[in-house]
Design a binder for this molecule. Structure first.
Ligand code: 6GU
Length: 396
């Protein structure tokens, strides 16, 4: 992985050479370059900011130095979705999460643009989107003086996920984090310290009881400190998947439209045919497809469907075509997509030799999701314009 940083305070990023990224550099897993943005400011004072059009407090970072920097660092990739992500650290960005870190860890190159003052001229971000994938990321709901600390935090979270950086044991811990619960409390020797005893169950040697205790502790902690997470993480075990009925058609239409619109925006596509599907078509499709839905607090929040079809590779096999894996936009990233995918695979009839599905050719996040679930890209098989096929052999 290659990391570039654009900042007016290069020294602020010197911790990158220490500890974790430092080790990754030594091992050849990482190349890292910190650039002083002022080298692309050419007036006598090497000015990088100016007053905001329309008035208001503070200063705005000028577009030209960033523009020159992107050109000098050759950040453009083609297609735009491939390889490189430009990260703008800003308090008005999307919240930084473990999931986002995992996503960034799959990229070949990250270019961090650290904002200072009141922000960066919007045209820099608009321009960046024509060069590479762009993420605007915030650490949380508070304001730092600049994006440098955020870039450090994002870097540390991403680098520790790079393949080959940490042992397998740690990557498994990562998985458990991703189940959306806070960590359970941990203890080490001595068993008794200043009158405080380690919970006896941990000394019992009974791994089943230990696992159950830890799970319960994690749930209790999460309920106390982050009830917002608990709702979601519980959902992965409590979201019941049920067969769709004709009465679900209206909500299915709403849900799939929300997903398609999101997909269209993510792919810079103005239109996709499925957006025009009517209520009647959805209702009729319930006969041709085995469709399943998930409800949370009464609301339809997930859908998936499957049907048997001749294999797309021209063999004599029958495949299980999977479609419409949709998760309500506000519940994405919490495991519901995986619940739906696991379910539709599990209900495939005995005759199916493989699973097959289409996703957007430029939907990096979708493709990563399916790859993590065992699907492989099939460039050798036909797909509608703008889409790619992925398949996964059925395990028996
Ligand atoms: Cl990424 N930047 C700034 N300036 N403040 C923040 C932040 C980022 N995340 C939280 N607060």
């Amino acid at each position: 992985m290659r990391l570039d940083y654009l900042t007016i305070f290069p020294d602020y990023l010197s911790p990158l050479r220490l500890s974790l990224p430092g080790k990754a550099i030594e091992r050849g897993l990482l190349e890292l370059y910190v650039h002083d943005l002022r080298q692309w400011a050419h007036d006598r004072h090497r000015t990088v900011d100016d007053t905001p059009y329309g008035g208001g407090a503070g200063m705005v970072m000028k577009p030209e130095p960033f523009g020159e920097a992107f050109a000098a660092l050759e950040v453009a990739t083609s297609p735009v979705a491939a390889g490189t992500t430009i990260v703008f650290t800003t308090p008005s960005g999307e919240p930084f999460t473990q999931r986002l870190a995992a996503d960034l860890a799959t990229r070949e190159r990250l270019v961090f643009a650290c904002g200072r003052y009141e922000g960066i001229d919007q045209r820099v971000i608009d321009h960046a989107r024509t060069l590479a994938e762009v993420r605007e990321i915030s650490l949380g709901d508070y304001v730092l003086n600049g994006g440098e600390v955020a870039a450090l935090a994002v870097t540390e979270a991403v680098v520790r996920l790079l393949p080959g950086f940490m042992g397998n044991a740690e990557s498994l811990v990562e998985e458990s984090h991703e189940d959306g619960l806070l960590e359970y409390p941990v203890y080490t020797k001595p068993a008794s310290w200043q009158g405080y005893d380690v919970p006896p169950v941990l000394l019992s040697g009974d791994h089943g009881r230990i696992a159950a205790w830890r799970r319960q502790q994690a749930v209790e902690r999460t309920a106390l400190r982050r009830p917002d997470l608990l709702h979601a993480s519980h959902a992965s075990t409590e979201w019941p998947v049920t067969r769709a009925t004709p009465g679900d058609a209206g909500e299915l239409l709403t849900l799939t439209r929300a997903c398609w619109v999101q997909e269209a925006l993510a792919n810079d596509t103005l239109d996709i045919p499925a957006l025009h599907e009517t209520l009647e078509q959805i209702t009729t499709s319930l006969e041709a497809w085995d469709t399943y839905v998930v409800r949370s607090a009464g609301r339809l929040v997930g859908s998936v469907r499957g049907r048997l079809a001749p294999a797309a590779d021209g063999s004599e096999e029958t495949w299980w075509d999977i479609g419409r894996v949709c998760v309500a936009p506000d519940l994405q990233g919490r495991g519901l997509g995986r619940v739906l995918l696991d379910h539709i695979e599990a209900v495939a009839p005995a005759g199916a030799a493989a699973y097959a599905l289409f996703t957007g050719a430029h939907s990096q996040a979708n493709q990563r999701f399916y790859k993590r679930a065992g699907f492989r890209l099939r460039a050798d098989l036909p797909a509608p314009p703008g889409a790619v096929m992925l398949t996964k052999p059925r395990r028996r």
